[in-house]
Design a protein. Structure first.
Lengths: 115, 118
């Protein structure tokens, strides 16, 4: 059974550039979550998809951030006009809807560094 | 809003010692779920356990055990006979309902970095 995968694992960009990350959930999982983790902190929730529908977005998700899950399978997270404060680990998790609670399984994360 | 406090920022022990990681939570929900995850240096969060608020039985899995006490809002994690491979950051998390879709998001503590020295 393949786990959650994320690509790229590391991304270095200059301030003002756009970046896009990809998450491939575990194949039968219909729920997908994005979290952000800064140094020395626990992950913080960003957004949630059930199948292709984005059902919740955190206030942390400014208008420079957009996430999609077009066919209910993989998801992308795009950050436009990156800022140094966007430097963090972006974690994706997936779960299978089978009654509360789902167990969220996490990918290895994408570490973003904005210079 | 949910809150999780892990007061121990870093713990260092010698191999074979027992170690307990503390977790205290705040919630107004009557039904909720608690989790522990392990984050090794590679960065991936590894699921360890989930516990619902109605089940206060302690759980043991090999060298790991968990003590859930609703009266003190605590969900502590003990590693018995620690090993070098246990070195990681450990996160406690609390579920918070997502309005639509019937799922839950996780609210994490800041983590406890455990170093097990040979």
């Amino acid at each position: 059974d393949t786990g959650v995968s994320q690509d790229p694992r590391h991304k270095i960009t200059k301030r003002g550039q756009n970046v896009t990350f990809r998450c491939d959930p575990i194949s039968e999982h219909n729920r997908l979550y994005w979290y952000r983790q800064t140094l020395g902190q626990g992950p913080e929730f960003l957004t949630y998809f059930q199948n292709e529908a984005q059902l919740e977005k955190s206030r942390l998700l400014s208008d420079r951030f957009s996430a999609e899950r077009p066919k209910g399978s993989f998801s992308t997270l795009e950050i436009q006009r990156t800022e140094q404060g966007d430097s963090a680990m972006y974690l994706c998790a997936s779960s299978f809807e089978q009654g509360l609670p789902d167990t969220q399984y996490f990918g290895p994360g994408t570490r973003l560094t904005v210079l | 809003a949910q809150k999780v406090t892990q007061a121990q920022t870093e713990i260092s022990v010698v191999e074979k010692e027992d170690v307990t990681l503390d977790c205290v939570y705040e919630t107004r929900d009557t039904t909720y779920y608690l989790f522990w995850y392990k984050q090794p240096p590679s960065g991936e969060l590894v699921f360890l356990i989930r516990r619902n608020s109605f089940d206060e039985q302690n759980e043991i899995s090999g060298r790991y055990s968990w003590n859930f006490q609703k009266s003190t809002s605590s969900f502590n994690f003990t590693i018995t006979a620690s090993q070098v491979v246990d070195s990681a950051v450990y996160f406690c998390a609390l579920s918070e309902p997502i309005t639509q879709g019937g799922s839950e998001k996780l609210v994490f503590g800041k983590g406890t970095k455990l170093t097990v020295n040979p």
